[in-house]
Design a binder for this molecule. Sequence first.
Ligand SMILES: [Zn+2]
Length: 204
Amino acid sequence: MSTTLGELLPWRLAGDRAGRCVACGMDTTSGTPAQLPDTFTVAYKLYAGSVLCPHCAPLFREKSLRTHSWVASQAEFLYLARTEWLTALLKPPEPPFAIYFTLGRQKYGFLPLIRRVSTSRERYWLGTDWNESALLVCRERLIDLLSLAKRLREHGVPKAQMLSAQFAPTTVAKALKEGWDALLGDAEQLRGDPHWEVMVYAVE
Ligand SMILES: [Zn+2]
């Protein structure tokens, strides 16, 4: 199976140029001219070529792909609200699929997924706009981290503190008083862990 991201998406943009697609590397006879800023080539390691194939061209045209989080599979394409991230992570669709999360709503952070369409619900690729490359998610690991993230949120710990492990004196005092300070130690161990970052962003 050689599905590319564009093949999972509902848009097509065909032209009449033959050549190699700079985005997916596949040969096409119905390409459109590839006129991309140089920064793309550097940032996303695009293939040498002169055209965009009908599947990949919309990746650079459809603004909603940048301004929304989404999940794509052969059955459907859905935009995701922030409150739907956790479900998408824990219950991804039937493979092949692709998942993209954005916080800033500007970058082309999904481009690393072009040749990384997921074929497993247990270990799958996640594109984000806060990581340069796609993250290979282990679903079981996310499930392991979920309860810690939930408990810290229930105790009112801000997400920024969960990510940085720089806990405010008021947070530490509350944790000591109420007897859940071990949770802060657990979170400290996870600082910089990409799975933890995803879970903190996804949890309510
Ligand atoms: Zn292509």
